[in-house]
Design a protein around this ligand. Structure first.
Ligand SMILES: *[C@@H]1O[C@H](CO)[C@@H](O)[C@H](O)[C@H]1NC(C)=O
Length: 294
């Protein structure tokens, strides 16, 4: 019984610690922040979260007319400085352009938030190698390239890299094999890089962001045939806020919403078959449900 009590107390302390918030908004003021995939969803909300606290932002995505609007709102919200540059993260030369622009427009980088992504509809793997190559280029290779070009400036500023990943970057799910592949690859690469920074005395933090289902236009579009959209979604501004805090506090990994993501990791390691069975039956049930109603 005494042992059980100690375990319960430790568990309570651990859970309480997950909700303890040492974040100081003043730390964000004046920070030079680069955000990719910032025309919509979490990236757009990240631009607003940083702007509200007086950061200097440089945002990118492909659609210039949308970036113009986002930058205008950043300025309205209180950004010390806000710039955009329309780029295609499927092209390696554009990753260099972005980091060069950070140098000329912001004079350096304190945070780089790697967030952009190309999506596919949920479907079984169809053997399309060309598309897989493209997915890896956009969702993985460009992340590595951006971090590489940014490293000297981040070392100088004692900066932070945030890598936006997903639940599917820690637990494989069916119907999203290429997506799982790039998110797992990011975990492997950046968890290795984090240790190399320490070994090389470079004071750069790497925050891997494991996030659950977020309420964004693209997530609705891409999961509508399989998942019930709203039941488990989190609002994008809350998610963006958590990512900003994680990068500012130089956290190793963040899980958001914690209760929807972190406990599942423990089940993954202890009972992998049970977890896979739950994921598959959940997807099947919803597919059948949708088929009946449509
Ligand atoms: C990183 O910055 C430190 C100073 O903070 C410097 O001594 C070191 O040479 C830099 N490392 C690299 C690889 O640029």
């Amino acid at each position: 019984m005494a042992k059980l009590k100690i375990i319960l107390i430790l568990l309570a302390v651990y859970i309480a610690y997950q909700y303890y918030d040492p974040f100081d908004p003043e730390e964000v003021r004046g920070k030079r922040v680069v955000i990719t995939g910032a025309s919509a969803g979490i990236g757009e909300q990240l631009a607003y979260q940083y702007s509200q606290l007086g950061a200097k932002v440089l945002i990118t995505a492909r659609r210039e007319h949308v970036l113009q609007k986002v930058v205008a709102k950043c300025k309205e919200l209180g950004a010390q400085d806000a710039h955009y540059i329309p780029l295609d993260m499927g092209k390696l030369e554009d990753t260099k352009r972005l980091i060069d622009a950070a140098k000329t427009k912001l004079g350096g980088i304190d945070h780089v938030i790697l967030n952009h992504i190309t999506y596919d509809y949920l479907a079984p793997w169809n053997g399309d190698m060309e598309r897989l190559q493209q997915v890896m280029d956009i969702n993985f290779h460009s992340y590595v390239s951006l971090a590489t070009y940014a490293t000297p400036m981040l070392n100088e500023s004692h900066g932070s890299i945030a890598v936006v990943s997903s639940f599917a970057g820690k637990v494989a799910a069916p119907l999203v094999a290429p997506y799982c592949a790039c998110k797992f690859a990011l975990d492997g690469f950046f968890s290795s890089l984090r240790q190399e920074f320490v070994m090389q005395n470079m004071d750069i933090s790497v925050t891997l962001c494991v996030i659950g289902k977020v309420d964004t236009a693209s997530s609705h579009k891409n999961t509508k045939n399989v998942m019930s959209a709203d039941r488990y979604s989190t609002p994008a501004p809350d998610t963006a806020n958590r990512i900003m805090k994680g990068a500012t506090l130089r956290e190793r990994e963040i899980y958001f919403p914690w209760i929807m993501t972190r406990p599942t990791m423990m089940v993954r390691d202890l009972l992998p078959n049970v977890l896979e069975w739950l994921i598959m039956s959940g997807m099947d049930e919803r597919r059948k449900g949708k088929a009946k109603t449509s």
